[in-house]
Design a protein around this ligand. Structure first.
Ligand SMILES: *Cc1c(COP(=O)(O)O)cnc(C)c1O
Length: 373
């Protein structure tokens, strides 16, 4: 089945007792046992499993061409489950341009437990130099946040697997609509479902998806169940509901982002636009090779510095100045000031989550903000 069909059907189950077309929300924390003490429904206690989470995990696994998924209460909880599933002393290689929240999590919570290096993962020589006997995982994030750099997924996987190392991919920016890392050979996919999966800036969640139920996956499911950072039945329901429109929303985000990127690129007050769909993007060829579309995120460097960039933000009316991304409404953010003192993000860079408003209205708003500064 095609992704539009999977998105609508794989996360839903009609209710046999009432005839309801849409699945009920099962709020119960506990499930009745039979006379002999067995659990006839298969459910025991909602931290271990809940019908709404089962449906959500089913659609997530199918969307990414995996065999199983684990849903968490946030993207960072999903990332943390990966790190907690590794043997203490394991060495991880990560990109130097990655989601700052997970980089900070490793630096704050895993010092002395895991070893990690943040490197330019696309540089094959640098990558090979950093592989050590205890390297167990290479983490990639593509397109990256906020520089929209791409990682050649197949190339990294080839090097990793030759050395017996697993590869996990943060697929939040692309979503399975535009990029399917498990099909390219990755060993794990991670998402912040707070972003495009949720799609309406009103729920938090994270997910992991596996291509095999191996020992590593068993460990990850243990962290989910025993750690307990699980989403509520309500959140699972809303997420499965949002996912039904994911393919159509992504098509709209990508169309708007492409047109906004092309408009910004020609503007005299713009120094640079980072968007993988532009032929001028240094890795446009990799994007065409491994992506089915270029996504809804772009970054723009305004001529001048932080002052000029802030003036543009403050003149915009439709774009809201706020962090996060992937909602139907357009957001814009001065990224360097969010990321803290060790940021490598340029101070004139604005990250844009291009929403689903009409593109003419978005461009008109940009036009007036850029002409004002
Ligand atoms: C937001 C984000 C995360 C973290 O997810 P939360 O839901 O905020 O915990 C991880 N990776 C990327 C790429 C993100 O954008």
């Amino acid at each position: 089945m095609k992704i539009e069909t999977i998105a609508i059907h794989a996360g839903n189950q009609k209710d046999e007792t009432s005839g309801a077309v849409i699945q009920p929300i099962v709020m119960s924390t506990t499930f009745e046992r039979a006379a002999d003490g067995s659990y006839t429904s298969g459910y025991i206690y909602s931290r271990s499993a809940n019908p709404n989470r089962t449906l959500l995990e089913n659609v997530l696994a199918k969307l990414e061409h995996g065999v199983d998924a684990a849903a968490f209460s946030s993207g960072n909880a999903a990332g943390m489950a990966v790190f907690q599933s590794l043997k203490p002393g394991t060495h991880i290689i990560l990109p130097d341009d990655m989601y700052h929240g997970l980089r900070n999590q490793l630096k704050a919570l895993f010092v002395g437990i895991l070893e990690f290096d943040f490197i330019d993962i696309n540089n094959t020589e640098v990558l090979k130099q950093h592989i050590k006997p205890n390297t167990g995982l290479i983490w990639i994030e593509t397109p990256s946040n906020p520089l929209l750099k791409l990682t050649d997924i197949k190339k990294v996987i080839r090097i990793a697997h030759k050395n017996g190392i697993k590869v996990a991919c943060d697929n939040t920016f692309a979503t399975p609509v535009f990029q399917q890392p498990l099909v390219l050979g990755a060993d794990l996919v991670m998402h912040s479902s707070t972003k495009y999966f949720g799609g309406h800036s009103d729920l938090m969640g994270g997910v992991l998806i596996t291509p095999v139920k191996d020992d590593w996956w068993v460990k990850i499911k243990q962290v989910q169940e025993m750690g307990g950072a699980i989403p509520s039945p309500m959140d699972c329901y809303y997420l499965a509901r949002s996912i039904k429109t994911l393919p159509y929303r992504m098509a709209g985000h990508a169309k708007n982002a492409q047109l906004l990127a092309e408009y910004l690129q020609k503007h005299p007050k713009v120094e640079a636009v980072m968007y993988p769909g532009l032929p001028e993007h240094p890795q446009h060829d990799i994007a065409k090779e491994q992506m089915l579309g270029f996504g809804g995120m772009l970054s723009v460097c305004i001529k001048g510095g932080e002052v000029e960039a802030r003036r543009v933000i403050n003149s915009l009316e439709l774009f809201t100045q706020a962090t996060s991304l992937g909602g139907v409404e357009s957001l814009i953010e001065h990224r360097a000031s969010v990321e803290g003192p060790d940021t490598k993000t340029p101070f004139n860079l604005l990250r844009v989550s291009v929403g689903l408003e009409h593109i003419d209205d978005l461009i008109t708003d940009m036009e007036q903000a850029l002409s004002n500064y």
